[in-house]
Design a protein. Structure first.
Length: 381
């Protein structure tokens, strides 16, 4: 555990009175800005009643027919408060000698760090507390609400994602991603090269995670109705200045600092919250496990990879098997030196060669980028 000293606060000790400090803390939590906030939690655990079964009505066959019955059902999803906390020690002499209010500068930096941890946990499930649900990206992947851009334009990829959400009766109210999607929107042009503006996709609200929480290797962007997810605060960010006591190492409880003995103070920061995705059933999808208000575009690295046996020399014959890393992929191949396409021979079973041949193969799967063409030569001796 480090503390603030004159060494790492040297920028606050100036010879001239230029009292301007530059810090990049304006990019706070997108999760807290987008998700719907519930009333503050009064206990560590709360529950949300979620509609799980829709009632059904029936046409009557006649005036005297008996009325049929139906039912509606609810289930509970739980909010479990988790705590973000940090203690920042500082020598009293550093506070006294600085030309600036160090605490005033440190507080927004801490708030920014907390915002990053929140966004990582809610969007990507990174370092999430045990009581939190899976991150939005992970839930989309596990529910099948994900797709690879493949050869699609960015425009078509956004449309595809929106379609996945709309098919289950949810309207899209925004797109979320890292800074790279800003460039993608700027390059969104029609077939004549003109920038696409004024339509539903180009006008889609964009929410950019610029606090360092977004992992572009896990998701390119997310589209959906972000108000479907909710959060509640158990305890707002609180700052307490400690002037007495000891600071221990959490790993072995050894004492790192004794505030009174070492003429130090420490700022303790605490924030407690929880979030949940209720995901109630709707008219277009009565099974919550088959619906989600979000869809994730997976990185372009999600492409088919085809594997062939290493090139070899054989005497009489050789059996060549082909495989792909995507179960749904179809492999097409040629043995005459031409480049394979989806119109080439479909690989269905291992092939036996009795003469020298060069096998070229390509893998193709829906929602994935086509594989590179793989080429191997098998030579009869």
């Amino acid at each position: 555990m480090a503390m603030i000293t004159k060494g790492n606060a040297e920028g606050l000790f100036t010879e001239q009175d230029y009292k301007e400090i530059f810090s990049d803390v304006q990019h706070q939590s997108q999760a807290l800005a987008l998700l719907r906030r519930l009333p503050n939690m009064t206990t560590n655990k709360g529950k949300i009643a979620v509609l799980d079964l829709l009632p059904v009505s029936y046409w009557q066959g006649s005036d005297t027919a008996k009325k049929q019955t139906s039912n509606a059902a609810w289930k509970n999803k739980y909010l479990e408060a988790a705590e973000l906390a940090v203690i920042i020690p500082i020598a009293e002499s550093t506070l006294e000698d600085a030309d600036y209010d160090i605490w005033a500068e440190v507080k927004p930096l801490i708030a920014s760090a907390i915002a990053k941890k929140i966004d990582e946990a809610i969007f990507l499930g990174v370092d999430k507390p045990a009581g939190f649900p899976d991150g939005i990206v992970d839930q989309a992947l596990s529910h099948g609400f994900s797709f690879a851009r493949g050869a699609d334009t960015f425009y078509n990829a956004v449309s595809k994602g929106m379609g996945k959400v709309e098919e289950v009766g949810v309207s899209v109210n925004g797109i979320l991603g890292g800074p790279s999607i800003k460039k993608a929107f700027r390059e969104m042009v029609d077939t004549t090269g003109q920038l696409i503006v004024g339509d539903e996709i180009s006008a889609l609200p964009r929410h950019i995670v610029e606090n360092g929480a977004w992992d572009g290797t896990k998701a390119t962007f997310v589209v959906g109705d972000f108000k479907q997810a909710v959060y509640s605060v158990r305890k707002d960010i609180t700052y307490k200045l400690l002037t007495e006591g000891v600071v221990q190492d959490p790993s072995d409880n050894s004492i790192i600092y004794n505030l009174g003995q070492q003429d130090m103070v420490a700022l303790r920061v605490v924030f407690r919250m929880s979030w949940q995705l209720p995901n109630p059933v709707v008219a277009l999808q009565g099974n919550s496990e088959l619906k989600l208000p979000f869809a994730v575009c997976k990185p372009s690295a999600d492409k088919v990879v085809v594997t062939l046996p290493d090139a070899a020399t054989f005497e009489t014959s050789i059996v060549v098997s082909m495989s792909a890393n995507v179960a749904s992929a179809k492999i097409y191949y040629t043995n005459d030196g031409t480049t394979p396409t989806s119109a080439s021979t479909l690989y269905e079973a291992p092939i036996t060669l009795t003469a020298t041949k060069t096998i070229k193969a390509i893998g193709i799967a829906t929602d994935y980028t086509n594989s590179d063409v793989v080429s191997k030569t098998y030579t009869k001796s």
